[in-house]
Design a protein around this ligand. Structure first.
Ligand code: PEP
Ligand code: MN
Length: 331
């Protein structure tokens, strides 16, 4: 059960609500975000919900039986819209585009990609400076110096930044240079990181783990929300299956299913989703038809020279073509 509390509730009224909920055998968790105050109540017993709804200080009350509560679409009918400022919004209709290289490599590389994005009216740039790599000998990213440069070039050109945060200690140092924190597939269940991201005032995109279920993804998002941050979006990026003909299996099913289960924006990552450059556009288009709120994909001036994931990265021509096709599709 989720209880939405009135703003600036007196301690006495809150105490009364808590004791009534405890009396019906439910445990309470208090959640405060920049948007509202909630009580997430966990229990199994049957009770008359009207008894709670009529208590003073209760704005609304909803029964949510799923393991995840605050990210469920059951209590919040209106979709969550993430406003990054300057007219850049994600969710609530339309298709948000985020594009950029797998890794930030140099100022020259960033400038060229920013020019490409500006030209195509793509307002959000992706690019990792902390790269989770299977091999410790592979390029692991430019780190904070790279992020500062990336941020400077983007801010100058009105482009918003999404980039991966790998550990709790990076959250604070990255904060001022980014617009959206990305939680990678490998950190989808790094609960300490999720807790920390619940305490920041910036949106978070959380990727599905490589072998994560839909339910686990939603519960990971619940970690962040229940810690106080409801500016969240979910990302399908392909899962590991027995198939070896491509890098990952993009789970198209996840798009409509997530859209049904949650009010959060659902983003598709066709680049990691299939991992094969020639087929990235087909997967992106399919995800848009399936109802995705946004597409995040990899683009580089010279994919064959990219420091990471070149095999799934579009060149500028392919990227321009994809943007045109996506916009035509949703218009
Ligand atoms: C990335 O976005 O470059 C990345 C590492 O993605 P994922 O976490 O989905 O593998
Ligand atoms: Mn990548």
């Amino acid at each position: 059960m989720i209880i939405q509390l009135e703003e600036k509730l007196s301690a006495k009224r809150k105490e009364n609500i808590l004791s009534k909920v405890n009396a019906i055998g439910y445990k309470t968790n208090e959640v405060r975000t920049h948007k509202g105050d909630y009580l997430v109540c966990i229990g199994k017993k049957e009770f008359d919900i009207r008894g709670i709804g009529s208590l003073e200080g209760v704005l609304d009350v909803h029964r949510v039986s799923e393991s995840y509560k605050l990210v469920s679409g059951k209590w919040k009918v209106n979709p969550t819209v993430i406003d990054l400022g300057d007219g850049v919004k994600i969710g609530g209709g339309g298709l948000a585009l985020m594009a950029g290289p797998c890794s930030i490599e140099s100022e020259e590389q960033v400038k060229k990609i920013v020019d490409h994005l500006v030209k195509n009216n793509v307002r959000i740039m992706r690019g990792g400076v902390f790269k989770p790599r299977s091999s410790p000998y592979a390029f692991r990213g430019m780190g904070m110096d790279g992020l500062k440069m990336f941020s400077k070039v983007c801010r100058k050109n009105g482009i918003k930044i999404i980039t991966e945060v790998m550990q709790v200690s990076q959250v604070e140092e990255m904060h001022d240079y980014i617009d959206v924190f990305q939680v990678g597939a490998r950190n989808s269940q790094n609960f300490n990181l999720l807790d920390a991201l619940g305490k920041v005032d910036k949106p978070v995109l959380i990727k599905r783990g490589m072998s994560g279920t839909i339910d686990e993804l939603l519960q990971s998002a619940e970690y962040i929300f229940s810690n106080g941050n409801e500016r969240l979006m979910l990302c399908e990026r392909g899962i590991r299956t027995y198939e070896t003909a491509y890098r990952n299996t993009f789970d198209l099913n996840a798009i409509p299913v997530l859209k049904e289960k949650t009010h959060l924006p659902v983003i598709a990552d066709p680049s990691h989703g299939i991992g094969v450059r020639e087929h990235v556009a087909a997967v992106a288009l399919a995800a848009a038809v399936a109802g995705a709120d946004g597409i995040i994909y990899e683009v580089h001036e010279k994919p064959e020279e990219a420091a990471s994931d070149g095999q799934q990265t579009l060149n500028f021509l392919e990227s321009e073509e994809l943007v045109k096709r996506l916009r035509k599709l949703i218009s």
